[in-house]
Design a protein around this ligand. Structure first.
Ligand code: AHR
Length: 307
């Protein structure tokens, strides 16, 4: 399954180059595209041979990608797990074959943390908390009911689970902030649009949309406009990621607040791959630095935004 890229035959680095097998989630969002570009560019810059596979959003594809990398005897395996659960068996196979594994972007729920060397990526729960805290502040001092609809990411994925929990925890002391509908849009723009259409049909008064990523928020904006409402005004919108399209909508007043999630994990991954290959100790958890954006901050940041 998946595409192969990077030109390494077999693996094992006969010419001395490190061979990295990487299984990507898919190409579901602008964030993912930027993440893939970051990984490919950083591998080239670091002189690492990259075997790249696109799992097209399916865990079974990722498992077979990883098994393929084990058979090829790559030096290091890295992947961004589609969902959190169900990895123990294949991670054990990699461990038994003596091939170190690095997680990027998303976590696994394996109890045995010796199955991977490091996990590089964002704290998705903190992202959800930042989204919720902004909303609490926005409605500070107001007591009327605020109806919130939530577009969740891929069911069972770490960002969907943690962004939901972080947000719910942050608003829970304010009983007037009510999540009235919550459904997955699979991190995709088209799904964000269709799910928002059903929300608009079934909820008479929607005050706020919380979308787990920019793409679903952008799809929802199309549905909101088609329903004759003004995104950012009639319905306040909070999203996560801060990719260029999201930031453009924020600067234009159609989104109200974006929590940043950086896709630029390539350089940290390549550094960790080299350290692991050299048998040097690495941090078990490498956290990405990220902020938040208001409409004014988006206007200032857009001209130099890289992705
Ligand atoms: O795992 C990171 C998430 O996956 C991003 O927020 C989302 O856009 C992507 O598809």
């Amino acid at each position: 399954c998946g595409d192969s890229d990077g030109g390494a035959e077999g693996g094992g680095g006969d010419d001395g180059q490190i061979v990295l097998g990487f299984s990507q989630v898919g190409a579901e969002s602008g964030w993912r595209t930027a993440n893939t570009e970051s990984i490919k560019a950083s591998a080239t810059a670091a002189g690492i041979k990259l075997q790249f596979s696109d799992a097209q959003g399916k865990q079974e594809n990722q498992i077979s990608d990883i098994r393929g990398f084990i058979t090829q005897k790559v030096d290091v395996i890295a992947f961004s797990p589609v969902v959190t659960s169900g990895w123990d068996a294949v991670l054990k196979e990699a461990k038994d074959a003596g091939i170190p594994v690095i997680l990027t972007d998303r976590a696994v729920d394996s109890q045995d943390t010796s199955l991977y060397q490091s996990f590089i990526g964002s704290d998705f729960k903190v992202e959800g908390t930042k989204a919720g805290e902004w909303l609490v502040k926005e409605y500070e001092g107001k007591t009327g009911d605020v109806n919130i609809v939530e577009l969740q990411g891929t069911t069972g994925s770490a960002p969907a689970i943690d962004r939901q929990t972080g947000f719910a925890d942050a608003i829970k002391a304010n009983p007037n902030l009510k999540i009235v509908k919550s459904q997955t849009g699979d991190f995709k723009r088209a799904d964000g649009k269709t799910v928002m259409e059903t929300f608009l049909q079934s909820v008479p008064k929607i005050d706020v949309l919380y979308a787990h990523n920019d793409d679903m928020g952008l799809g929802a904006i199309e549905a909101i406009k088609a329903a004759g409402k003004k995104p950012g005004q009639d319905i306040k919108i909070i999203t996560v990621d801060a990719v260029k399209d999201g930031m453009t909508a924020l600067a234009a007043g159609e989104i109200n607040f974006i929590v940043e999630c950086s896709p630029l994990l390539g350089d940290q991954l390549m550094e960790t791959v080299k350290a692991v290959k050299d048998g040097k100790p690495v941090e078990k958890r490498i956290l990405t630095k990220e902020g938040t954006f208001t409409q004014e901050e988006a206007k200032a940041a857009l001209p130099t935004r890289k992705y």
